[in-house]
Write a protein that binds this ligand. Structure first.
Ligand SMILES: [Zn+2]
Ligand SMILES: [Zn+2]
Ligand SMILES: [Zn+2]
Length: 260
């Protein structure tokens, strides 16, 4: 038997987002920004993990770029801002051994820096030369599917870990904003598990997140136990689930098998 729950969560990102698109409105200080739970997010598909990022209204402002101190350019690291570098052919002397003039630097001893084309500085890669940044608070919304299973094993001898991995015939399905504990199901342990799982999820997630949708299903998973003889000894194997998974604890031969 499987019961499944679903909840969602959102939290404010503490960092600030910098970007170079100035078409977005500057709206900080117009009015106080809304709290994280007051901002509406697009409802995603139910029971699928999802993430959204939302620019919080009334937090956008423009500030000078901190990376280039508002200059739009940064000194080139390769030439430390000089725009040229020592010639590696003549080690800066301008001459080869034997007093021939160095062809590589035409006797200057230095060459233009390739990295900055001799300018000594490069465009700032944070503001792309615009000198300013749009700064705002970004809300990260995380939708998380929290699933829990309760498995009742009915004396087949197959370990419950195996059963959890397959699907079965669906006997019951309930999906709504908040599901209710099962009533009147023949197996009392499943009724108890339903009540416990719903209470657990309520306690665990309602404080720090909001529930978007819950779903509860009961599946009947068929398990076939097969007893067979091999070289005078008796062995068993199991076939289970809609997927016809096969499991055995003591398969007697490890090669040359054929499935009939
Ligand atoms: Zn040279
Ligand atoms: Zn340079
Ligand atoms: Zn910059």
């Amino acid at each position: 038997m499987l019961t499944r729950r679903r909840k969602s969560k959102r939290d404010f990102s503490c960092g600030r987002k910098e970007e170079k698109d100035f078409r977005q409105p500057v709206d900080a200080m117009i009015q106080p920004p809304p709290g994280p739970w007051d901002i509406s997010a697009t409802t995603p598909n139910f029971f699928v993990d999802n993430k959204q990022q939302i620019r919080v209204p009334y937090t956008s402002s423009i500030k000078p770029c901190h990376n280039c101190v508002g200059m739009g350019r940064k000194p080139c690291n390769d030439c430390t801002g000089a725009g040229n570098q020592m010639c590696w052919v003549c080690n800066g002397s301008g001459f080869h051994i034997g007093n021939d003039r160095c062809n590589h630097c035409n006797g200057r001893g230095r060459n233009n820096c390739n990295s900055c084309n001799g300018q000594g500085s490069k465009m700032c890669d944070m503001c792309h030369g615009k000198r300013q940044l749009l700064v705002y608070i970004r809300l990260n919304v995380n939708w998380t599917n929290n699933t829990e299973d309760y498995v009742v094993e009915q004396s087949s001898g197959l370990h419950v870990d195996n059963i959890s991995k397959v699907s079965g015939k669906e006997l019951f399905r309930d999906s709504q904003y908040m599901v209710y504990p099962l009533m009147g199901f023949p197996d009392a342990s499943i009724v108890q598990a339903s009540e416990r799982l719903i209470r657990d999820h309520q306690g665990r997630y309602s404080q720090t997140s909001r529930i978007l949708q819950q779903r509860q299903t009961i599946e009947l998973i068929p398990v076939t136990r097969v007893t067979y003889s091999w070289k005078g000894n008796t062995h068993i194997y199991f076939v289970y689930g809609n997927e016809f998974q096969v499991h055995t604890d003591d398969y007697p031969a490890t090669c040359c098998c054929s499935v009939m």
